[in-house]
Structure formats: structure tokens, C-alpha cells
Design a protein around this ligand. Structure first.
Ligand SMILES: Nc1ncnc2c1ncn2[C@@H]1O[C@H](COP(=O)(O)OP(=O)(O)O)[C@@H](O)[C@H]1O
Ligand SMILES: [Mg+2]
Length: 219
């Protein structure tokens, strides 16, 4: 499902954001990515969601070789994954419904199918009552749940969530992990980055740890 082979990401300046990372995640796994702030978690997620290219080495996700993916192929690749960004990236002037349903609109689903599925996923994240609000009227935790709903609405084969607990209180953060576990049980591969070691300790899932861009734990 995901394979990094000796991948490096070097930003201008002396920063090696990712150093010689090799890892493999199989279809159906639930994996945490942990490490302190600045260790390279977001960079690793940017590489595997084709927002950035590795400086060297190989990154492949679902049969796509991301070193060679063309601009034209990227939208097709993205349709098969769901990404929760650390900074949400919601459209400010659109309603919650419009934000969440966007992947289905792009895919060309019928209006009726779009409504049914969007309401279903909004109910799952506990936000059905906010359907017609715009993001600025929501708390940070609510915006995060909108981002999660948008990442899941098209039932992706892979969900990548970057620091999704950052703005959630512990109860909600547990609820969201339970939702991730549920979609994982239905077959979606889940890869979750968090600097919260207590969360990782609690769920006892496979954990990949990076420090200063290098992998220090892969089990
Ligand atoms: N666009 C960028 N340009 C230069 N350096 C960057 C850029 N993005 C991240 N970095 C650097 O790469 C390292 C890893 O950052 P990041 O992947 O955001 O870590 P994390 O998500 O674990 O907090 C940090 O030292 C950071 O400052
Ligand atoms: Mg980060």
C-alpha cells in the first residue's frame, strides 16, 4: 500500500527533513507515525500524498510511483486517498456541507447520492447540526472534524491524518480514533501522525517513530 525506499527530502538550507527512510505499510494496517515536533512527520505525509517529491529514493503508494507521477495523474491518485491536513485547509466561504461534499462533486456523483453520503459522514463525526454553517463559525475541534469528514466522504482506500488530535479534547480525540478504527475494520488503511505519545501508548497499534528525519522505530 505504502512503500518508502531510502527516501530523502532536503529543503534549501541545511535541513534534511527526511533522511534515508525505508518503510512498508500493507493494505488494511492501522499505523501511527510519531516523533517530536519538527521530526519530519508532515514532510513524510506530504511525500506520500504527492504534495511534494522526494529529493531521492522511492515512494510508492497504491501502485503509483510518486517520483514519476505526472501532473495529470495526481488528481486520479488523490481520489483514492483521504488526507486530513494539520491546518485543515477548509474553504472559508463555503458551508460545511459544501466543504465535505467536494470530493463527491468532483467525482460527479448524483445530487441525491451526494446528500445522503455527506449527511451520513457528518453524522458520524457529530456535526450534522452544523451543515449550513461556514467554517469560521466553528471551533478548532469542529473544523478538524469537518476536515476528517471531507477526507472520508469518498470512502478512500487509504486515510492519512496529520496531527488530527491537535485541537481536540481527549474525549473527542478518542471518539475520532474509534471512528478511524471503524473505517479500518471496514478495510481502509489508516496512517495517523501525532506527537502525542500517550495516545500512541493507549491504542497499541503498530508505531513508526521518526526523530530528526530518521526512522528510529518501525514496529
Ligand atoms: N517548506 C519547508 N522549507 C524548509 N524547511 C522545512 C519546510 N517544511 C518543513 N521544514 C523543516 O523540516 C523539518 C521537519 O518538519 P515537519 O515535517 O513539519 O515536522 P513535524 O511535522 O514532525 O513537526 C523541520 O526542521 C522543518 O523546519
Ligand atoms: Mg507536522
Amino acid at each position: 500500500m505504502i512503500e518508502f525506499t531510502h527516501a530523502y527530502k532536503i529543503y534549501p538550507g541545511p535541513t534534511h527533513a527526511i533522511k534515508d527512510v525505508s518503510l512498508k505499510i500493507n493494505k488494511g494496517e492501522f499505523v501511527f507515525l510519531t516523533g517530536p515536533s519538527g521530526s519530519g512527520k508532515t514532510t513524510l505525509f506530504r511525500l506520500l500524498s504527492a504534495y511534494d517529491r522526494a529529493s531521492s529514493g522511492r515512494v510508492s503508494v497504491m501502485d503509483f510511483d510518486l517520483a514519476k507521477i505526472t501532473k495529470k495523474q495526481i488528481p486520479f491518485f488523490r481520489r483514492r486517498i483521504g488526507v486530513v491536513y494539520q491546518e485543515f485547509r477548509l474553504l472559508k466561504h463555503k458551508t460545511i456541507f459544501e466543504n465535505v461534499s467536494l470530493p463527491l462533486e468532483i467525482r460527479g456523483d448524483s445530487a441525491r447520492a451526494i446528500r445522503a453520503r455527506t449527511e451520513e459522514i457528518l453524522a458520524e463525526v457529530g456535526l450534522l447540526h452544523k451543515t449550513n454553517e461556514t467554517p469560521e463559525h466553528l471551533s478548532g475541534g469542529e473544523q478538524q472534524r469537518v476536515a476528517i469528514a471531507r477526507a472520508l466522504v469518498h470512502r478512500p482506500g487509504l486515510l492519512v491524518a496529520d496531527e488530527h488530535t491537535g485541537n481536540l479534547d481527549p474525549t473527542l480525540s478518542n471518539e475520532i480514533i474509534k471512528l478511524f478504527e471503524k473505517i479500518n475494520a471496514l478495510g481502509t488503511t489508516v496512517f495517523v501522525a501525532t506527537h502525542d505519545y500517550s495516545l500512541v501508548g493507549k491504542y497499541k497499534r503498530r508505531t513508526i517513530e521518526i526523530q530528526n528525519g530518521s526512522m528510529v522505530r518501525a514496529s
